[in-house]
Design a binder for this molecule. Sequence first.
Ligand SMILES: *Cc1c(COP(=O)(O)O)cnc(C)c1O
Length: 397
Amino acid sequence: MPGFELFSDLERKEVNDVLENGVLMRYGFDGMRNGHWKARELEKELESQLQVKHAQLVSSGTAAVSVALASAGIGSGDEVIMPTFTFVASFEAIMMLGAIPVLVDIDDTLTLDPEKVKEAITSKTKAIMPVHMCGSMANLDALQSICKANNLVLIEDSSQATGATYKGKPLGSIGDLGCLSLDFVKIITAGEGGAVLTNNEKFYRHADHYSDHGHDHVGNDRGAESHPFLGYNFRISELHAAVGLAQLRRLNEFVAKQKIHYTIIKEALSQIPEVKFRTVPEGGVESYSFLNFFLPDLEFARKVSKSFKDNSIDACFHYYDNSWHYIREWQHLKDLKSLYPISKEVKNGLAYLQTKTFEQSDKYIARNISCLIKMSWTEEEVINRANKMAQIIKTIN
Ligand SMILES: *Cc1c(COP(=O)(O)O)cnc(C)c1O
């Protein structure tokens, strides 16, 4: 990860196809486009590769989450359960609809703890949104049965785990809705972009219309379309879809490359008794985009993180002190620093963040180091890196 490490003639060819006839819009202009429908083509290929009936491309992964929630009818005052460890996009996408993010502890999978999810359900809860962080996944069987028992929608955010599977099924295809990001740093990139995946016809129709101003996409003459409901513009462009199309065709190659590099580093670190690896739920196969491990305590992890940096081991993260991915440093959310007024309902709904502590999440994130696996490393570079990492951890006590 990320896909941009290996840009090639394949991406260039798809982009040139679009530029040659000049139609950068994904809908309409049928006569001008010489049969090029890159967004449509990418949706078809996402459907077949990720084994889902419908894929709707949108402008970002954050938009994908908002569109997915809106498609399921979730909005003002509704509660959505999400993990404490994710990217800020998760609560942004929920709050954009006037809904309330309910943050819940993670366990040693580094994703939602199903037991803590059960405790967080109220009469306002409408959805559970596990985020498959750093290439692995949540316990989807457990979350799915909680959703069934409580009549809740299951929305998977697999932005960081495209290419991973759970019990033989691609992540993103298992919940009622799945979301992907195709932003610049993801395993397959379109520059910017995202996708909503679903097997539900109604949710798909909602996502299709809602992400394009509520247009119903009936007929060829765009001006004649009607609007069954209100929408916004979360469209992807043909240029972005063209890059994404070439990248999706290389997803298996990318995952295979990551697996080789991941395995070399994991084997080197397995020799160290202080290192423990994250739990991957039974039946899960990672996308190998990150290697995550736990050290004995916070101080140990901070020392390792610093020493990695001092010794040019790049792209390893200690998320405990990081303001992008973990609740501890999301001060702008806790203080509700909004440019515009926020409803009383949402303010009240988020008041718990003033006092609530997340000791269980702290326990895991404090000790966790997460290392990005690059595809562009040579085998020699990976072996050197693995040995250097092991050496550094061994010298810290
Ligand atoms: C990247 C990411 C997103 C948001 O994607 P954008 O395309 O950058 O908007 C959402 N969730 C997770 C877990 C991500 O890593």
